[in-house]
Write a protein that binds this ligand. Structure first.
Ligand SMILES: C[S@@+](CC[C@H](N)C(=O)[O-])C[C@H]1O[C@@H](n2cnc3c(N)ncnc32)[C@H](O)[C@@H]1O
Length: 207
């Protein structure tokens, strides 16, 4: 789907993915010291806004202007201090150049053909500070056969091993595993990768 397709999808409904943050993000981010985060393919901002309410400063990037308009509308009801920590960036993540400024980089449910996915992963890797954490979550390839929902084109789905292979030796893998989500009608299967540049992995235990 290109940006126009996503704009149409977001125009149809108020909040396609709801307002609540992703549960795996909540689980992981609550173990991290807050800092600066980059949310690649941020959609309508559910994760970026939640991070900002927890004190993170967040740059949220998406190529759908409709999604970003809705995200800033949702954020408008947040306290001013939260809004001031959020920056909405209209850009294609496969053409983004980033500086290594971020403590946490998210890429959630971004499903692209493998070459483009690898480009986006490289962008994410290059945005990390030396001890930053990369968190990628998306619909698992096995979701077509054994799960529920999500895109039904195998080419744009992935496994944790695909993601680990995408980052190669640039980062240390902290977690590469399947995640299971109870949804209406069954259980969805996700692929999760957590990785860090630092071999010790991080700020995760520093509170
Ligand atoms: C399934 S939604 C996920 C949104 C958000 N990460 C979440 O979990 O709620 C996928 C998002 O990726 C965005 N997207 C797809 N390809 C993109 C690209 N090349 N550059 C920037 N955004 C992209 C779409 O506009 C859409 O908002």
């Amino acid at each position: 789907m290109d940006a126009a397709d996503w704009d149409r999808k977001y125009e149809g409904r108020e909040l396609v993915y709801g307002e609540a943050p992703n549960a795996t993000l909540v689980e992981v981010a609550t173990t991290l010291k807050r800092g600066r985060a980059l949310d690649l393919a941020s959609g309508q901002g559910r994760n970026a806004i939640w991070l900002a309410t927890r004190g993170w400063t967040v740059d949220a990037v998406d190529f759908s202007s409709v999604a970003l308009t809705k995200a800033s509308r949702v954020a408008a009801s947040a306290p001013r201090s939260v809004r001031e920590r959020l920056t909405w960036v209209h850009a294609d993540v496969t053409q983004l150049s980033t500086e290594p400024n971020y403590d946490l980089v998210l890429m959630f449910y971004l499903h692209l053909p493998p070459d483009e996915r690898r480009t986006a992963v490289s962008t994410a890797v290059s945005a990390l500070k030396p001890d930053g954490i990369l968190m990628i979550l998306g619909h698992h390839t096995a979701n077509i056969e054994s799960g529920i929902g999500g895109p039904q084109e195998a080419e744009i789905l992935y496994t944790p091993e695909d993601l680990a292979s995408d980052i190669g030796s640039r980062l240390t893998v902290l977690t590469a595993e399947n995640r299971y989500r109870d949804v209406t009608g069954g259980t969805a299967i996700d692929a999760l990768l957590l990785a860090s540049r630092s071999p010790l992995g991080s700020k995760r235990d520093r509170g």
